[in-house]
Design a binder for this molecule. Sequence first.
Ligand code: SAM
Length: 238
Amino acid sequence: MTKPDTIWKAKVLTLFPEMFPGALGLSLAGQGLKDGIWALETVDIRDFAGDKHRSVDDAPFGGGPGMVLRPDVVSAAIEAATALAKDLPLIYLTPRGRSLNQARVKELAKGPGAVLLCGRFEGLDERVVQAHAVEEVSLGDYVLSGGEVAAIAVVDACVRLLDGIIGTPESLAEESFETGLLEYPQYTRPQEWKGRTVPDVLVSGHHEKVRAWRKEQSEAITRERRPDLWARYAADNA
Ligand code: SAM
């Protein structure tokens, strides 16, 4: 495998560096990591604590439950992580962020990589977001216990788009969101399973009919499940 000129870099700021590479060390991403197509570095936020107890959090001003990550500690970690990586966008994973989509994933994958800041507890002191050029990104409308699982998802989505990761890059062109639609249903052998067969058109050998059937299915599924995507697709294709 020939290495690309520049390697896509993921730098993860976390209180749990042992969670990495985790799922990113396996399968396509794991192979890409071994092949040097991308690189992963973790920065332990706790290393930037200033006291002997290595405290990283404190109670929220104004009261309320839980703890908040201290701005001085997290900011010191960010400065150390970005000192040699000024070209990488700094992303804070948070349910308050803009929902990640395939368009943003593609932009990130085309760039040099990303610094990913993982929150814990009640999250991060707001002043860190103001003091640094932070892009706030959410994985969806639900609350995880920490940003690490979200960071793994962001890196996985980007890495699979890098040259040399997927053996048949053409397969990327047909995936959900590529054409603004969700993907059509897929089938494989056996042709009959538990009394269920596959649609006749898929075994007809008629490529044009297969293409038309798949498009029809994609449109129907998108219309039913994702009215938001469907409205955009319908407007773009009016
Ligand atoms: N108090 C926060 C709120 O209500 O928005 C939730 C904090 S959550 C328990 C702890 C950390 O998990 C967050 O700081 C963030 O880094 C991460 N997290 C939780 N849900 C997430 C999501 N949907 N997308 C990205 N990161 C998330």
